[in-house]
Design a protein around this ligand. Structure first.
Ligand code: PLP
Length: 287
């Protein structure tokens, strides 16, 4: 496996960064998770816009243009002979002194890793998953914007820990006001009476690229599709619930905090959107 590290392709064993890297010391950096399907990198442009926006927001200058970064991603896939892959792009503040001061870091570390990965086993896409809500809260846009996909993922890690302890594969975060925000690395959609809702970004949800694709497709199919604030109650009484994310793709949720959703099996609209998504990803991408 060859990993892109600051302009060179190195083996996994040699892909190392310093312990003085502020990404390691402080979580100071940004990242993206991207997928390729049949050689198509799904919505790479959108992922790069989000990466560069995240970097700009934390005053981190990425030492490559978006065009160069596109080439680096494609090259990494080619070098590893991967046509269906999960691609991780990481830009950290780079090596600095032990203090917090980001201005001591002169050169960012840029890393691109590509490998085959699937978040959930295939059966779960047919059966749907059970989730719980957790005590960890998602910060809203008035603090560090949830639009910034930073290397500070402790909140999300805590969600995964709580999910793991509860014996479920994923969990739901609320924001500090108790409104539903998102999963550990995926967005949530609920459906009631054929009306589809997903929380708006300001509640504390990352504006996911998979989420955007689903919003577009739901509208194209003529469904009522809205960004709206909702609570756990609305999730419990929904006819259908599903999660979206680059790694999660589109996955039905059939139980939340012990409450069966709808009839307890993946819903009709969820399955329709999952199929539409599977058709989209193989054609909507950069080769
Ligand atoms: N929410 C969080 C916190 C995430 O990290 C991710 C993953 O990137 C998502 C949602 C889903 O976004 P996307 O569909 O762009 O992968």
């Amino acid at each position: 496996q060859l990993i892109f590290l600051n302009g060179e392709y190195v083996t996994k064993e040699n892909a190392k960064v310093s312990v003085y890297d502020h990404g390691f010391l402080y979580g100071d950096g940004v990242f993206e998770g991207i997928r390729s399907y049949n050689d198509n990198v799904f919505r790479l442009d959108e992922h790069l816009v989000r990466l560069y926006d995240s970097a700009k927001s934390i005053l981190l200058e990425i030492p490559y243009t978006k065009e160069e970064m596109t080439e680096i991603v494609l090259q990494t896939l080619r070098k590893n002979n991967l046509s269906n892959a999960y691609i991780r792009l990481v830009v950290s503040r780079g090596i600095g002194n032990l203090g917090l001061d980001p201005f001591s870091c002169k050169v960012p570390n840029v890393i691109v890793i590509a490998e085959s990965l699937s978040l959930f086993p295939k059966e779960l896409y047919d059966s749907g998953i059970e989730i719980v809500t957790v005590a960890s809260r998602r910060n809203r846009s008035d603090v560090l914007s949830p639009k910034v996909k930073s290397l500070n993922y402790l909140n999300n890690i805590l969600v995964k820990i709580e999910a793991g302890l509860a014996g479920v594969p994923e969990a739901l975060m609320l924001n500090d006001q108790g409104y539903v925000a998102e999963g550990s690395a995926d967005n949530i959609f609920i459906i009631r009476n054929k009306k589809i809702l997903t929380p708006p970004g300001y509640v504390g949800a990352l504006e996911g690229i998979t989420r955007n694709a689903i919003i577009e497709m739901a509208k194209e199919k003529g469904y009522s599709m809205e960004e709206a604030v909702f609570t756990r109650h609305d999730v419990y009484v929904a006819d259908e619930v599903f999660l979206t994310g680059t790694a999660a793709e589109v996955i039905a949720v059939v139980k939340v905090d012990g409450r069966s959703i709808g009839t307890g099996v993946p819903g009709v609209i969820t399955n329709e959107l999952l199929e539409a998504f599977r058709n989209l990803v193989v054609k909507d991408g950069i080769k």
